[in-house]
Design a protein around this ligand. Structure first.
Ligand SMILES: NC(=O)c1ccc[n+]([C@@H]2O[C@H](COP(=O)([O-])OP(=O)(O)OC[C@H]3O[C@@H](n4cnc5c(N)ncnc54)[C@H](O)[C@@H]3O)[C@@H](O)[C@H]2O)c1
Length: 264
């Protein structure tokens, strides 16, 4: 186990069943937290929670959670408060990406990306804040993207949703500061070995940009000054730092973890 900065802290990660969310769950478990794995994929959430409990010997719970469903998220937060007594950390990680050229972008898909990535963050943060305001402590960390700082080619819905996330983080940081609750975002670069790229993005970008999958990979690697893909550890290091007391003077920030690709 690493340093147990989160021993017995209650941590809820949305979109925790796979990919970066799963890696974040594992990192908090490795640091002693009680990990609540929320995901729209109920079987995935439960399987990930069980695997983490077995691997790290901490208490976990897999929860069916659609971040766009205000009623469901509210009920889950009530359950968390009743059964676990508090909520120390919310990681708003659930996100989707649908890429199309603007002239062909189906409005239904554009709306869906905004709903999950931006409204979903608002809904989860709203209900987490209600608990954290009463506690007068807590941390919210949103998983944003470098596309929250700079436009993304033929990927307008995703960039718009992530830019909105930065505005939401800054606004919530102002509202929550008097309660001792900090709110920050992390903006990862391209996790080229991760589930999202391997299962979906290489194919989507190859189609929308009219280049081969190998050329997509080269294109995105060539943009990184440090010359390598982003890893889950690169991100979990910063997420846990922001949620820890070591970052006690940081709120309203959107921290780039992009190998130098994004500097604003
Ligand atoms: N992969 C990358 O290169 C990259 C880069 C920058 C930022 N991000 C961000 O990281 C986050 C995680 O992405 P990932 O790469 O692990 O993707 P992923 O597709 O592997 O995992 C996303 C998870 O979110 C869940 N999910 C989707 N819609 C949901 C909903 N409505 N409610 C609850 N859960 C839902 C999915 O079931 C899945 O388990 C996203 O916010 C993404 O925008 C990823």
């Amino acid at each position: 186990m690493c340093e147990a900065r989160f021993r017995d802290k209650i941590v809820l990660v949305t979109g925790g069943a796979q990919g970066l969310g799963e890696a974040i769950c594992k990192r908090f478990a490795d640091e002693g937290a009680v990990v609540l794995v929320g995901d729209i994929n109920e079987d995935g959430a439960k399987a990930t929670a069980e695997n983490i409990a077995n691997e790290f010997g901490v208490k976990t719970l897999g929860i069916k959670m659609n971040v766009t469903d205000d009623f469901e998220v509210h009920s889950i937060m009530e359950m968390v408060e009743k059964d676990f007594g508090r909520l120390d950390v919310l990681v708003s990680n659930a996100g989707i990406l649908k890429a199309h050229a603007i002239e062909e972008f189906p409005v239904s898909e554009w709306r869906m990306v905004m709903e999950v990535n931006l409204l979903g963050y608002m809904i989860c943060a709203k209900h987490a804040c209600q608990i954290m305001m009463k506690q007068k402590s807590g941390n919210i960390v949103q998983i944003n993207s470098k596309s929250g700082k700079k436009g993304s080619f033929r990927n307008s819905a995703y960039a718009a949703s992530k830019f909105g996330g930065v505005g939401l983080t800054q606004s919530l940081a102002l509202e929550m500061a008097p309660y001792g609750v900090r709110v920050n975002s992390v903006c990862p670069g391209n996790l080229l070995e991760g589930t999202l790229w391997q299962n979906s993005l290489f194919k989507q970008y190859s189609e929308t940009q009219g280049i081969s999958i190998d050329d997509v990979k080269k294109k995105y690697m060539d943009q990184v000054p440090l010359g390598r893909s982003c890893t889950y550890d690169d991100i979990t290091n910063v997420v846990t730092f922001l949620a820890s007391d070591q970052a006690s003077y940081m709120t309203g920030q959107a921290i780039n973890v992009t190998g130098g690709q994004e500097m604003h």
